[in-house]
Design a protein around this ligand. Structure first.
Ligand SMILES: *Cc1c(COP(=O)(O)O)cnc(C)c1O
Ligand SMILES: [Zn+2]
Length: 410
């Protein structure tokens, strides 16, 4: 498969040929992908990317898919919006919002799933599966439908209605589990061994993560082939933040963007803050928590890549912070009212943490800051409740408009 050489254990260095495995057979450490970087640097060119399709697949030569036919829903190349109104509210001069809520299934998960589904098919597996906090479910079900594969999806039973309907509609096997995400994930880890399905975020996890690097590639290209100074990204399992960081590092190694030290900051909900807490107390290890937050898509109490996310944040000179449920709703409203972007609770977390870090001086006024908006507000209407609704209900008479709007009518 072109530049992909194989898998390597991040703990003991043991190597393996590409296969649907995520744990080292020698020491049970996590596996990562190894590429022939020298060949990539010698052979790949930025202008070939620019001439590619208007989707994440313009970067396919940097992804571990080789010549395999990709499972393509048209994901990616989402807007990078210059956000001056939000910037003013935060006291920052160069803020951008990467709006990944507008992907085919309305979250960034279409990126990692596009890669994982492509590899699952290339490995000859016929069933796509996942343990999901909500958005992964819809993305896996949609990609399976598109690829003509069977899918089996496990979710905690208390997810938002739109995430359940928005998954079931693809004709999947959707299994709600009585328990939180961490319980669902433990069950699925057992199911990998029992059934041999392609669990995108378990046995295909090393491949899955790579899709999220396209968030960094696109950002750099959209900024005119340079990295931002500082990014803010949400953390659930810790994969997307880690892969965004890796994506910028890779472009620098390829010589496609100038050397920049990209500071990376992480965002969590106070009701599920294992990484933010470890950051605050200076701990090396992540202490698992029991999640209780409206940001259900971030409710992973025992994050698989939490330690890597924490290390990436510290190494970069960024920070990790958490925000309460009311602050999350405020964050959703702030982004909607300043920039016209409706994000789900996870995006509310990211915006509210950006605000907190701006006030603390961690995000600096002159830095080019990119805030990653990873999911769509239509999926978590419950979070806004009755707080957001009609300004008034009137009879169809002209004078009624004056009555309810008062001076705002003029
Ligand atoms: C899954 C998810 C995240 C976090 O992803 P990880 O890679 O698990 O850290 C962030 N935002 C949204 C909307 C998600 O669905
Ligand atoms: Zn090992």
């Amino acid at each position: 498969m072109s530049y992909l050489q194989g898998l390597r254990c991040q703990r003991c260095g043991h190597s393996l040929a590409p296969a649907p495995v995520h744990i080292c057979p020698e020491c049970l450490g996590p596996l990562e992908l190894v590429y022939d970087f020298a060949a990539m640097k010698a052979e790949l060119r930025r202008d070939a990317v620019e001439a590619g399709p208007p989707s994440m697949w313009r970067y396919r030569s940097l992804l571990p898919v080789g010549d395999a036919p990709v499972v393509d829903l048209g994901t990616g190349l989402t807007p990078l919006l210059r956000a001056d109104n939000l910037g003013r509210a935060l006291g920052l001069r160069n803020v951008y919002v990467k709006n990944d809520a507008v992907n085919p299934t309305s979250s960034f998960k279409d990126r990692p799933v596009g890669v994982a589904a492509t590899l699952a098919r290339a490995f000859g597996l016929d069933t796509l599966a996942c343990a999901s906090t909500g958005n992964l479910a819809a993305s896996v079900a949609a990609h399976a439908a598109r690829a003509g594969m069977r899918s089996v999806i496990f979710i905690p039973e208390d997810l938002e209605a739109a995430k359940i309907t928005g998954t079931a509609v693809f004709g999947t096997n959707l299994i709600a589990v009585r328990g939180n995400y961490d319980a669902v994930n433990r069950l699925c880890a057992e199911a990998v061994d029992a059934y041999g399905w392609a669990f995108v975020n378990i046995n295909l996890r090393p491949f899955y993560g790579e899709g999220s690097k396209t968030l960094a590639y696109e950002t750099a290209e959209q900024l005119g082939w340079r990295a931002p100074d500082h990014v803010v990204a949400p953390i659930a399992g810790g994969s997307v933040l880690t892969r965004i960081t890796a994506g910028f590092e890779e472009l620098q190694r390829l010589g496609w963007i100038p050397e920049t030290k990209v500071r990376v900051s992480g965002a969590q909900a106070t009701g599920c803050n294992p990484v933010a807490r470890a950051f605050a107390v200076g701990a090396e290890r992540i202490q698992p928590v029991r999640p209780d937050t409206i940001a259900k898509s971030l409710a992973i109490g025992d994050p698989a890549d939490g330690a890597y996310a924490l290390a990436a944040i510290r190494r970069s000179g960024g920070a990790c912070a958490d925000v309460s449920d009311p602050e999350i709703v405020e964050g959703m409203r702030l982004l909607a009212e300043t920039e016209g972007v409706f994000t789900e609770t996870a995006g509310g977390v990211t915006v509210a943490v950006a605000k907190k870090l701006a006030h603390a001086g961690v995000l600096r006024p002159e830095e080019t800051v990119v805030i990653y908006i990873t999911g769509n507000g239509l999926k978590t209407l419950e979070a806004l409740g009755a707080e957001v609704g009609p300004t008034a209900t009137i009879a169809p008479r002209l004078e009624e408009i004056d009555r309810v709007l008062g001076s705002a009518a003029a």
